[in-house]
Design a protein around this ligand. Structure first.
Ligand code: PDD
Length: 285
């Protein structure tokens, strides 16, 4: 792959980029992360991702490893060194390395890792056909509003989806969809209202969600923030999900049931267009 990865002050070839076996991210999943999409070499909605990083750090009583200006400079450097035009920039902060002990270590230095991934975001083939999802029980912890690196439940749900020939999983708790395994979930009712679960500790406050809802309201679309069931989704006019890595992604099948006519619907298609327009405007493209 040959990438250059940032690890605690150094830019290293990925084979040489290493973290201690005593890092609490490795031993306890004691860390948080962020993913910003990159278009034309520039991170999108980046200030909001950095703000959410600070919120996650605060909830876990962790220090920021670098200032925001330093973080921006590191992002620009990894993007430039990897010649990334379109894709993702991932960064992770853990509580650092210390002898294994559940209690927070005294004076450990937080660890910061950052790398890029190339991904076709704008001309995504999945967005043209739409994605099939399956439902899976939401077995995650109760603070899903914190973007922690403990992603085993999401990995299990995504693998179950893959094993079933589907593209992703929507998670269900007490009969209602919480969110997707790594995205926020929406339906469009037959009356044209966009419905997505309200923010709480039950879901991640998606940065793309915030942008898309703002753009939808600006475009005079109706938005309702409330929980919905898989049955309501299967009977809806449209379904879709949002994330930094997929923007707005139409969902065309849920647990084998076609949504609408089984093709991406007009609302999801329009929201994808206006989100991309707004993202391009951010990078001056
Ligand atoms: N996932 N919900 C969950 C559980 C997520 O993991 C994500 C993001 C989202 C969408 O958040 P945002 O719009 O800020 O990307 C919602 C990232 C992309 C990931 O894990 O790769």
């Amino acid at each position: 792959m040959g990438r250059i990865v940032y690890v605690n002050g150094e830019y290293l070839p990925e084979e040489e980029a290493k973290i201690s076996v005593f890092d609490r991210g490795f031993l306890f999943a004691d860390g948080i992360y962020e993913v910003s999409s990159v278009i034309e070499g520039k991170p999108i909605d980046n200030a909001a991702h950095i703000a959410r990083m600070h919120r996650s750090l605060g909830e876990l009583r962790m220090e920021a490893p670098v200032s925001d200006d330093e973080l921006l400079a590191i992002q620009a450097e990894v993007i430039q060194r990897n010649d990334l035009k379109e894709g993702l920039v991932y960064w992770q902060v853990t509580r650092g390395a210390a002898d294994r002990d559940f209690n927070f270590p005294e004076g450990a230095t937080p660890s910061l890792v950052m790398f890029t991934q190339t991904k076709t975001l704008l001309d995504s083939s999945a967005a043209k056909t739409g994605i099939s999802v399956i439902s899976q029980p939401d077995i995650r912890w109760l603070r899903r509003d914190i973007k922690t690196v403990q992603l085993l439940a999401a990995a299990l749900a995504k693998q179950a989806a893959k094993d079933a020939g589907a593209g992703d999983a929507w998670l269900v708790e007490d009969g209602f969809v919480t969110e997707g395994s790594s995205n926020n979930a929406y339906i469009v009712t037959k009356q044209g209202t966009i419905v997505t679960r309200q923010l709480s500790n039950d879901i991640l406050p998606g940065i793309t969600r915030a942008s898309v809802l703002r753009l939808a309201r600006e475009a005079q679309m109706r938005v309702e923030e409330r929980p919905f069931t898989i049955e309501e989704a299967q009977d809806a006019a449209e379904a879709f999900y949002t994330s930094a890595s997929s923007f707005v992604m139409p969902v065309v099948r849920i647990d084998g049931v076609e949504i609408g006519d089984g093709a991406p619907g007009p609302v999801a298609t329009r929201l994808r267009e206006i989100y991309i327009e707004a993202a391009r405007a951010q990078v001056g493209g």
